[in-house]
Design a protein around this ligand. Structure first.
Ligand code: URP
Ligand code: ZN
Ligand code: ZN
Length: 467
């Protein structure tokens, strides 16, 4: 199968240039100047010619933080692997890395098997897994080493959610010591959950029950404190550390200081922390529940710090933390008590488009947009150079992106299986027009033409962020 993407502006993490992309049997075989002899000869024998004049040609997005069909907060995130990955493709994302969960009293492998079974044959895009370590036992530590050879090379630990996923500092240190030995990447949910639980109890005792108290009981200081503790534990253990869903200026400062000292500390933020705020959490009539996630949405000064972090490089990745719960049936579980609102927001479909607004506003360069949404996450999580780049030998995961398309985001038109949009009514410029997954067209001219099972499990190598 030969295919050529012709006439577009190819955007990579380092270059923006007119070029033609030649694809054979699912792989990129060459990227050549327009009208090069090679391209003409290739086009003559191609099975498919895709016209990209006036469009960007970008690597398929890599979203390294999703939760499809995740049991959480007494319910289950509303996107299945089928619906969630299809929505990802609509938005130009061709690889997700989701989180398998070690069951309580069970093994890491049991968690992985369970999540592989949920995803197998259903995904519209390629997928890999991190593992959430919910109990740091000797067996789990041995499994972490073994999983490195099985394509699972990153492990999430929680300083939040006591009684659910929470690990003590001692347990975290032990997992980090293993990671130092194996080259695994430790991902940290850095919020001081022990202190937060006290603040939640105190708020409820005062009769503070509305969604906005979810924010006031999870102060930025406790994200900064946990981030600093995680960094120091990683320093003692000698391992690399990746802070997930960083939301607070205090936490970013700690990451920046560690990086300035030369430590292998990395961080991601998410569109919701860049674009939404505690004002959304305070919307009346329980509407704020739509915006309950952890860490919580913060005051606008934190947004400004995060945008700065993207510009300075102290933040390396933008992922979605896609974890949707329907407003009517699921968020409603916390109508009388904010602490019972399932934590998480939908977002897998809109990451590229939301960040593209920053490109149109001149806040992000085109190449940085691609770096943050595809190349850096692929490197960070051992998918590069197979994913996240447009280069010979890479998978032909390509997006023909129309930078001029305009539309208004809405639950009425999005493809995620959730009954609301955090960005309802927001106009956006730009959109994925055609998407290729390993050379196969899965979205064509704004029409989904893929099917469940197009996506395959991707075994990941070790992180290349520190290599
Ligand atoms: O509120 C969130 N972030 N829900 C998903 C679970 C997590 O901690 O990432
Ligand atoms: Zn988390
Ligand atoms: Zn998450």
């Amino acid at each position: 199968m030969r295919l050529i993407v012709r006439g577009g502006t190819v955007v990579s993490a380092s270059d923006v240039a007119r070029a033609e992309v030649l694809v054979e049997d699912g792989l990129i075989v060459a990227v050549v100047p327009p009208d090069a002899e090679l391209a003409r000869a290739f086009a003559d024998r191609a099975d498919h010619v895709l016209e990209a004049t006036g469009r960007y040609v970008i690597p398929g997005g890599v979203d390294v933080h999703t939760h499809m069909e995740m049991p959480f907060g007494g319910t289950c995130s509303s996107d299945t692997f089928e619906t969630g990955t299809r929505a990802a493709v609509w938005g130009g994302t061709t690889t997700i890395v989701d989180f398998a969960i070690q069951p309580r009293g069970g093994s890491l492998h049991a968690g992985l098997e369970g999540w592989l079974a949920k995803a197998e044959g259903r995904c519209a895009c390629d997928y890999g897994f991190h593992l959430i370590v919910s109990e740091v036992t000797d067996e789990a530590l041995d499994e972490m080493d073994r999983l490195m050879a099985e394509g699972v090379t990153s492990f999430k630990l929680f300083m939040a959610y006591p009684g659910v996923f929470y690990s003590t500092d001692g347990e975290i240190l032990r997992a980090m010591q293993r990671a130092a030995g194996s080259g695994a990447l430790i991902q940290m949910h850095a919020e001081n959950g022990i202190a937060i639980d006290q603040l939640v109890l105190q708020a409820l005792a005062r009769g503070e029950r509305a969604p906005r108290f979810h924010g006031s009981t999870r102060p930025a200081i406790l994200e900064g404190e946990a981030t600093e503790r995680a960094i120091e534990l990683a320093r003692v253990a000698g391992c690399a550390l990746y802070i997930v869903h960083l939301s607070a200026a205090e936490a970013l400062d700690r990451v920046a200081e560690a990086r300035d000292r030369g430590e292998p500390v990395f961080a991601e933020t998410c569109p919701q922390y860049l674009l939404l705020s505690e004002d959304d959490l305070a919307r009346p009539d329980f509407e704020g529940a739509k915006f309950v996630c952890s860490p919580p949405l913060r005051a606008p000064e934190h947004q400004r710090a995060l945008w700065r972090g993207l510009a300075t490089g102290d933040l390396q990745v933008v992922a979605t933390d896609h974890c949707p719960f329907c407003f009517r049936e699921q968020k409603a579980l916390g109508r009388e008590d904010f602490s019972k609102i399932p934590n998480g927001l939908p977002g897998v479909e809109h990451r590229l488009d939301l960040l593209h607004q920053a490109v149109t506003e001149g806040r992000l360069g085109l190449a940085r947009w691609v770096e943050l949404t595809a190349t850096a996450p692929a490197r960070m999580f051992g998918l590069f150079p197979r994913k996240g780049t447009i280069a010979p030998g890479a998978d032909a995961d390509l997006v023909i992106y129309d930078p001029g398309r305009t539309r208004t985001l809405s639950a009425a038109t999005h493809h995620m299986a959730v009954d609301y949009s955090c960005y309802e009514g927001r106009p956006v410029t730009g959109g994925a027009e055609t998407v290729l997954l390993r050379g196969r067209v899965v979205l064509e001219g704004g029409r989904y033409v893929g099917r469940p099972g197009d996506g395959r499990f991707v075994a990941r190598g070790p992180s290349r962020a520190v290599a």
